[in-house]
Design a protein around this ligand. Structure first.
Ligand code: ADP
Ligand code: MG
Length: 348
């Protein structure tokens, strides 16, 4: 766990970049620092690995004051990823990734084997290992940056706007990759971004900072969306808070109807105006009975209520087709069921 206890950073010119900050970044979780440019995010992050020293207050790493640990020892346990990856241009990818193991005096082969393993872990073709950074796309370089930070298997990872310089599609895939990696690795991650959507997607907890380095709110994404602490946070979160909050409500609250599905072999069905979902022999959705209209699906219990609502809106019937994780139909969520779940979500 990383603890900020009343931390202030005053630069030599007197400017207060971080003002009396207290928060805890839990072990094994992603804690996001978000806020407008100049609000002190980078300063906060760099005080953890002592690239910058705090003026007042204490930062504790698992209970030890970081100022009592000499910087090289401290940084051995802390991976650091920055925007545009910051790779060494004249070193091959494999050697970039092996930077810290080399510094730690690992045998060359062991360091390179580790680098190759990590390249694969972050989703890069091993063939890239022999290239130089300029021969990779921005997104690929960013993956290398993550691999390099993980090379010596540090328990803590600091990430400063790592995905800000890549286009939105690559960015989404890097975010998903990070969440997948984190599910395997359980690092203690402090992630800095100015993008509130990224913060909400990645953070177990999110610290919203305002200019002057003041903490405006520190909460789980769901809480930020439902209970912003003040107008600054509300405005920073932007539009559609209500809809976005549904991303954190499980679709398992939806009551499914199983009587609205029919198997393709027994396609006689009732003749009233109900919409019936035809299901194939192996359980897959085929389409609405006697109606050549679109339908939307979601994975029941795994996807959010927002995904289920979206599926319903994409269905001409207004009902969402619920699937299990192998893509088999488990039922249909009617408008009534959605309505009930939405009312419950609104009540919290
Ligand atoms: N070395 C420095 N001396 C004086 N002011 C600085 C220094 N470094 C950063 N600042 C100021 O501190 C504030 C916070 O900077 P920074 O932590 O980089 O913000 P962010 O990462 O949120 O954009 C900014 O106003 C910046 O100009
Ligand atoms: Mg910054």
């Amino acid at each position: 766990m990383i603890t900020f206890d009343s931390v202030t950073k005053r630069y030599p010119d007197g400017f207060v970049a971080v003002d009396n900050l207290s928060l805890e970044a839990e072990t094994g979780q992603i804690t996001v620092l978000v806020g407008p440019s100049g609000c002190g995010k980078t300063t906060t992050l760099r005080m953890i690995n002592r690239m910058i020293d705090a003026t007042e207050g204490q930062i504790l790493l698992d209970g030890s004051d970081v100022r009592q640990i000499d910087p090289p020892t401290l940084r051995r346990g802390i991976g650091y990823v920055i925007q545009q990856a910051g790779l060494f241009p004249h070193r091959k990818i494999v050697d970039n990734v092996a930077t810290v193991p080399y510094l730690l005096g690992w045998e060359k082969k062991k360091a390179r084997d580790r680098a190759m393993e990590l390249l694969e872990r972050v989703g890069l073709d091993p063939k890239m290992a022999q290239r130089y950074p300029f021969q990779l796309s921005g997104g690929q370089q960013q993956r290398v940056g993550v691999a390099r930070a993980l090379a010596a298997d540090p328990p803590v990872l600091l990430m400063d706007e790592p995905f800000s310089a890549v286009d939105p599609i690559v960015r989404t895939s890097l975010q998903e990759e990070l969440l997948r990696l984190q599910a395997e690795l359980n690092k203690t991650i402090v992630f800095v971004t100015h993008d509130i959507d990224e913060a909400i997607k990645l953070g177990d907890k999110v610290a919203v900072l305002r200019v002057g380095g003041k903490l405006a709110q520190f909460a789980a994404p769901k809480t930020l969306l439902s209970e912003p602490a003040d107008d600054f946070v509300r405005e920073f979160l932007g539009r559609d808070r209500g809809i976005r909050r549904l991303s954190f409500v499980s679709s398992s609250y939806l009551k499914l109807r199983t009587d609205l599905t029919v198997t393709s072999s027994s396609a006689a069905g009732p003749s009233d105006d109900a919409w019936l979902m035809v299901v194939s022999e192996d359980g897959k959705p085929v389409g609405w009975l006697d109606r050549d209209e679109p339908f939307g699906t979601y994975v029941h219990g795994k996807d959010s209520l927002r995904a289920a609502l979206d599926a319903a809106l994409l269905s001409s019937s207004g009902q969402a087709v619920a699937l299990d994780e192998s893509g088999r139909v488990v039922g249909v969520a009617t408008r009534k069921a959605l309505d009930e779940a939405l009312s419950e979500a609104a009540d919290g």
